[in-house]
Design a protein around this ligand. Structure first.
Ligand SMILES: *Cc1c(COP(=O)(O)O)cnc(C)c1O
Ligand code: SF4
Length: 330
């Protein structure tokens, strides 16, 4: 019998030994670090762990979730708040950085803890918007007619239950100047059972255009359950995009990037962004140099149809948009 997504969330792996036993790995081969796990705990649901190859310490999905000693090293240029969001978010739960779009942080919680995450050093539990704050935010969006798109981010907004989301969507539906609601979430990938019938109903009946940006870094993250979850989202008219992060030892390889784009398109998702790593403390070992990244993207561009090539972007404090890194034309 299948269990519901919330039960799966609660029973996610959170300790080394249980996970290692499940993956048929010896903790001694993995450079595990309990100090790294103290900073940002291990958390991975079974649905995601089941796609990690058993007995392979170098598996690209494993590398995304395993707290290792490398996280304790310091790297030049890395900090706790690399994109300068923390103060802005903490005060209001809203980030209004870019024209026409506003980003809401409704929850700081996530279903999985990705070791490369730039929010790994955020005080997660503090980021929750209270009910009162949420209605203030809705009011502020209503008052600013330049806002055409609301972006739900986090944490992971789909960690909120369907009733809570329904309330939020109802309020947003009332704002006539708002055209689109965009959801940035890793849940359809990490825990595909999150795409419940109730969620689909809610999205289907929302009068705004809905965009779901899934966060997937490697083709192996997409199994038949994920494919089905994407199909279900598509069936109610949602536009599906993907953003990934370029990660050393995970997808810093032209074939891995091409396979990812192909696999995404197979399940109805268009590649959108390939992000450079945000320089958050504890993530330096994932860094890929700009030169290497551009070389990789050149190969990808030469192999794939244009619409399968993601935009390579970085986020820089104070800019009016994310910065696209272009291949130089000789
Ligand atoms: C990335 C980001 C957005 C969305 O940017 P797009 O380029 O439209 O995807 C909006 N607000 C903030 C604060 C962001 O960091
Ligand atoms: S799901 Fe997103 S926000 Fe959460 S830990 Fe992973 S990368 Fe960070």
């Amino acid at each position: 019998m299948t269990t519901n997504w919330q039960t799966q969330l609660v029973s996610a792996f959170t300790d080394f030994q249980t996970l290692c036993d499940y993956l048929q790995l010896s903790p001694n081969d993995l450079n595990l670090s309990s100090d790294a796990a103290k900073q940002f705990p291990l958390r991975v649901p079974l649905a995601f762990a089941s796609r990690i190859e058993k007995g392979n310490p170098l598996d690209p999905l494993l590398r995304q979730i395993l707290p290792i000693g490398d996280e304790l090293k310091t790297y030049a240029g890395f900090s706790d708040d690399p994109v300068g969001d923390l103060n802005a978010v903490k005060q209001t739960g809203v980030l209004h950085k870019y024209h026409g779009r506003v980003l809401l942080i409704n929850t700081g919680a996530c279903a999985i803890h990705c070791r490369y995450c730039f929010r790994r050093n955020f005080p997660y539990a503090d980021l929750q918007l209270s009910k009162q704050q949420e209605s203030d935010v809705i009011q502020a969006i209503q008052n600013d007619t330049s806002i055409q798109e609301v972006i739900l981010s986090g944490g992971d907004p789909l960690i909120l239950n369907d009733a809570r989301l329904a309330r939020l969507f109802e309020a947003l539906a009332e704002i006539s100047t708002l055209k689109r609601i965009r959801i940035h979430t890793r849940l359809p990938i990490v825990l595909p059972d999150r795409v419940t019938d109730e969620l689909l109903e809610l999205l289907k009946h929302c009068p705004k255009k809905i965009i779901v940006v899934v966060h997937c870094n490697h083709a192996n993250e997409i199994d038949t359950d994920v494919a089905q979850a994407c199909q279900r989202l598509k069936s109610v008219g949602v536009t599906l995009l993907n953003q990934s992060v370029l990660l050393q030892g995970v997808n810093d390889d032209a074939t891995a990037l091409c396979d990812l784009s192909e696999r995404l398109f197979d399940v109805g998702v268009l590649p959108y962004y390939l992000h450079f790593l945000d320089k958050a403390n504890g993530t330096g070992h994932f860094q890929v140099s700009e030169k290497e990244a551009l070389a990789l993207l050149t190969v990808v561009q030469n192999r794939l149809s244009g619409y399968l090539v993601p935009k390579l972007v970085t986020e820089q404090a104070g800019e009016l948009s994310k910065q696209t890194l272009k291949l130089s034309v000789l």
